[in-house]
Design a protein around this ligand. Structure first.
Ligand SMILES: Nc1ncnc2c1ncn2[C@@H]1O[C@H](COP(=O)(O)OP(=O)(O)OP(=O)(O)O)[C@@H](O)[C@H]1O
Ligand SMILES: [Mg+2]
Length: 478
């Protein structure tokens, strides 16, 4: 392909500083927990990292450096093979009484167990059918099919019918003609359920009744969740029928994970919404379990360690688990009560109530947008976002891809981030207009302009590669 976007070459130090802005508070909070709760975390042997951020090689390296075997905490760090899926895998395992009796327990009443992880950033689905466990991978999107979790986004049309789901819903919304402003896009709506004042009874939160769409319209939370459940039900039924060749006729056991700080009313609401969406039948006991994400994260981690056969847990072993996701990071500490031979024997005891904070991976994306604002100016970035919203979404997607591969090779001096061609053209035009306005004949290369910039107090950390070649090619094609 002739025009294939371009690359921003970013020095490793700049990358590290972007990521450390988010990792810093996570490390400080864990140090504080280990220090203040020494009497309970004492003799804690393991630190397990789960959630999307735990996929990051740099995050793993930082945690090893601060808390690993060679640090003063001396913890064994455990990262499951697919940490982003630990919660949803744990949710699915919850449905079965034991791994060994998985097929018996299902066949007793249900044909399949479905675990749902409603993350702030993404929704994960895991299936337990027969004695097999597998992850939903059939997200019906061409552009975003690579993802293991679907983005937590829903679009409603003017009749409040679902017009799109995930990133496809967002793209449809961005394509709307002006005047279609009664369509409602809900992004990160799980986060919106949290009230500003988090201090409910027993430190638990009472979730909000109304959610706000991108056009500022308010909409009842329950209607959004019911629509989401209906959509998932259709998707799951089709997937099970096609992939496992099982006709479920609704005989699915649902295990839905929620944050540990939700109170009992919030959990009950979730169950009611699942019932109203037709997932759960009143006459079937045990058809729906609402479980805590922190407990699922532990179970997901234990099952992954069990499968990999790389850790031998013993009775009374204590482990900290960090679920570092898209928007939030949760810390919990549990103890293994029984001698551990099979996941089925697993019984743990919570020794610290889960706590957390807003330090997920999307905050790294925001840091990158800030960095571009420092290079090109905040005004140009704001204008770009408003005038070319699709390209702005693409810019973030390309950054996320670059972020996911950062630090795979520790020896690299730089790590590139591709940029959409629209972005480069837009900034080139802005830059040319600026030079003309200022009658500046000396400065005429956008890559020089970028190379000279000090960002976040550092110089010569960023440059734009091959831009001139690609622009020449572009001009040639036009
Ligand atoms: N290798 C990686 N490095 C850094 N971030 C990553 C990597 N892989 C995935 N992510 C990020 O992980 C995030 C998604 O993580 P996850 O699915 O655990 O979040 P979530 O469960 O939706 O959110 P939360 O748990 O906060 O409600 C995305 O922001 C994605 O960019
Ligand atoms: Mg999560």
């Amino acid at each position: 392909m002739l025009i294939d976007g371009d690359k921003l070459k970013i020095n490793m130090e700049e990358w590290k500083s972007m990521l450390d802005d988010v990792f810093g508070p996570i490390i400080a909070t864990l140090q504080e927990i280990m220090h203040n709760k020494k009497q309970i975390t004492g003799k804690c042997t393991y630190l397990s990292l789960v959630g999307g951020l735990a996929e990051s090689s740099y995050f793993q390296a930082r945690m090893e450096e601060e808390f690993g075997l060679k640090s003063k905490y001396g913890l064994s760090i455990i990262v499951p093979k697919r940490p982003i899926l630990s919660v949803v895998e744990g949710a699915a395992w919850f449905g079965a009484e034991t791994i060994r009796t998985l097929s018996e327990s299902i066949s007793a009443t249900f044909k399949a167990i479905v675990g749902l992880d409603f993350g702030t950033d993404g929704i994960g689905i895991a299936y337990g059918i027969g004695d097999k466990m597998f992850i939903h991978s059939g997200w019906e999107s061409e552009k975003y099919a690579r993802r293991t979790k679907r983005r937590t986004i829903i679009l409603l049309d003017q009749n409040n019918d679902v017009a799109g789901f995930g990133m496809d819903g967002k793209e449809t919304y961005l394509d709307l003609e002006e005047g279609a402003n009664d369509w409602k896009l809900f992004e990160n709506f799980k986060m919106q359920l949290y009230p500003e004042d988090h201090s409910g009874k027993d430190g638990k939160i009472v979730i909000r009744d109304l959610l706000t769409a991108a056009n500022r319209a308010k909409f009842p939370s329950e209607l959004i969740w019911i629509e989401v459940f209906k959509h998932i039900n259709k998707l799951v039924t089709k997937y099970i029928n096609e992939q496992a060749k099982v006709t479920t006729k609704g005989e699915i056991q649902w295990v839905i994970s929620v944050p540990a700080i939700w109170n009992d009313d919030a959990k009950e609401k979730m169950k009611q919404w699942a019932r109203r969406a037709g997932l759960v039948k009143r006459h079937l006991p045990n058809q729906c379990h609402i479980v805590y994400e922190s407990d699922c994260a532990v179970l997901g981690m234990l099952s992954a360690a069990h499968d990999a056969n790389d850790v031998e847990f013993k009775q009374n072993d204590k482990f900290m688990v960090i679920d570092a996701g898209g928007a939030t990071v949760d810390f919990s500490c549990q103890k293994l009560c029984d001698q551990y031979e099979n996941i089925g024997d697993y019984e743990t005891e919570e020794i610290i109530f889960p706590s957390g904070g807003p330090w997920g991976s999307v905050h790294i994306d925001s840091r990158f947008i800030e960095l571009l604002g420092e290079i090109f100016s905040k005004e140009w970035m704001d204008e770009f976002r408003i005038k070319l919203p699709h390209s702005f979404v693409d810019l973030k997607r390309l950054f996320q891809e670059a972020k996911e591969f950062f630090y795979k090779n520790k020896e690299d001096e730089t790590h590139n981030c591709k940029l959409p061609m629209d972005f480069i053209e837009f900034m080139s035009e802005k830059f040319e207009a600026k030079c003309e306005d200022e009658d500046d004949e000396d400065e005429n290369d956008l890559d020089d302009f970028i190379g000279d910039k000090a960002v976040m107090g550092h110089e010569e950390l960023i440059c734009l590669e091959y831009i001139q070649n690609t622009l020449n090619e572009l001009n040639h094609v036009v």
